[in-house]
Write a protein that binds this ligand. Structure first.
Ligand code: NAD
Length: 362
């Protein structure tokens, strides 16, 4: 199997799908690894490390590749130049672009967008959504701490006592829980809420307080479902009142395959204290706050609202280490005795492949 990895081309993307560590492991598994020079520059992995790990450095790394690893979807011209029959694995954003599905089909490629990976226990070691969400939640809190005109921790000083900041984390999935843990480490008083009732225990185990807004909406596959109008109104009323005492909000709520739920209205923001900060990690899918502008930072009535994109890329080195290990683990489902072999009885393959396999076969 020839594994090819090219430099990421999307704006602002510093992560990389192969690290020297996973390169070495793929070589040990019998793969030939080819990487473009400068592959790991954004995440500070030098070319020499890939060469030491057994990779061949070549500009045409993808030309003969059987297995292509990537972070973001390759551009159309790259897809069009891949070897017919090649397999592509990465965050391929299947929902974002129908034309890409068409291009992949036309080229006769096999694509595994890891967003589609079922989140079963066995798949945990391949779960790129979780590994990258962890970095995003961490960075979101650091951005909030940077923007806040206050300390996070309580301080007792000769200049008097400083009260700790009150941080509210909206949505307690993987990113939200990491945000809670990070804000706690910085010494803030932290609260979190979610519509999945099981998050109460998880929030509390991290030293946070569960904010009960009286709404529970567990959906399929361990994810949240969208709220009904009445549930939403109740959540909004209680939240609006509570936000008046909060210094920092970190938003992470999402519902798979849908725009981010709008949870913080303009009126709620208006009721917050000047100097408060909202970091909306859900900006990528539209934001949890009505006033969020994806990729921008705005100030409304003294409240700063940041909508950063691709936060995982800010921690490119560790995010890449985790991402590359996830990919290596997935690749090991595909490589048998030095060749690619697809076991379609394995649900991790069958449910991830895209476009979906038809009853007739490919
Ligand atoms: P996500 O990014 O889709 O959503 C983030 C959070 O937002 C979720 O916790 C969701 O419940 C919450 N949310 C949605 N609508 C909301 C609303 N209106 N108000 C408040 N919160 C709202 O989720 P994720 O972080 O990718 O994962 C969600 C869950 O999936 C995990 O916490 C976990 O339970 C499960 N999961 C399981 C495994 C596994 O072990 N196999 C791996 C990863 C995730």
């Amino acid at each position: 199997v020839i594994v090819g990895v090219a430099r990421e081309t999307a704006a602002g993307e510093r992560r990389v799908a192969l690290t020297p560590e996973t390169c070495r492991k793929l070589v040990a598994a019998g793969c030939t690894v080819q990487v473009q020079p400068g592959l790991g520059a954004g995440a500070f992995f030098a070319d020499a490390l890939y060469a030491e790990a057994g990779a061949a450095l070549r500009e045409d790394a993808l030309a003969a590749a059987d297995l292509v690893l990537c972070v973001q979807p390759p551009p159309a011209e790259v897809i069009a130049a891949l070897k017919p029959g090649a397999t592509v694995v990465g965050l391929l954003q299947p929902q974002a672009d129908a034309a890409r599905g068409q291009a992949i089909r036309e080229r006769g490629l096999l694509a595994f967008p890891l967003e589609r990976l079922p989140r079963t226990t066995r798949a945990q070691a391949m779960d790129v959504l979780s590994s990258q969400a962890g970095m995003a939640g961490y960075k979101a809190v650091l951005i909030a701490a940077e923007l806040a005109p206050r300390f996070f921790p309580m301080l007792t000083t000769a200049a008097g006592t400083i009260r700790p900041s009150k941080v509210l984390v909206v949505g307690a999935g993987v990113a939200g829980l990491q945000a809670i843990a990070t804000a706690r480490r910085l010494g803030a008083q932290v609260e979190g809420f979610d519509v999945r009732p099981e998050t109460r225990e998880q929030i509390e185990s991290l030293g946070g307080r569960f904010l009960d807004l009286g709404v529970s909406a567990a959906g399929e596959g361990g994810y949240a479902r969208a709220l009904t109008d009445e549930e939403r109104a109740e959540q909004q009323r209680r939240l609006g009142e509570h936000l008046k005492g909060i210094d920092v909000v970190v938003c992470t709520a999402a519902v798979p395959g849908r725009p981010a739920p709008k949870i913080l209205s303009a009126a709620m923001v208006d009721g917050m204290k000047p100097g408060s900060v909202i970091v909306d990690l859900a900006a990528e899918t539209g934001g949890n706050c009505e006033l969020t502008r994806p990729g921008e930072r705005v100030e409304v009535a003294g409240v700063t609202i940041a909508g950063p994109l691709n936060l995982a890329s800010l921690g490119a080195q560790h995010a890449s280490e985790m991402y590359a290990r996830n990919l290596y683990n997935f690749a090991m489902l595909l490589v048998k005795d030095g060749a690619l072999a697809f076991d379609w009885d394995d649900e991790l393959l069958a449910r991830t492949v895209w476009p979906e396999r038809t009853a007739a076969g490919a």
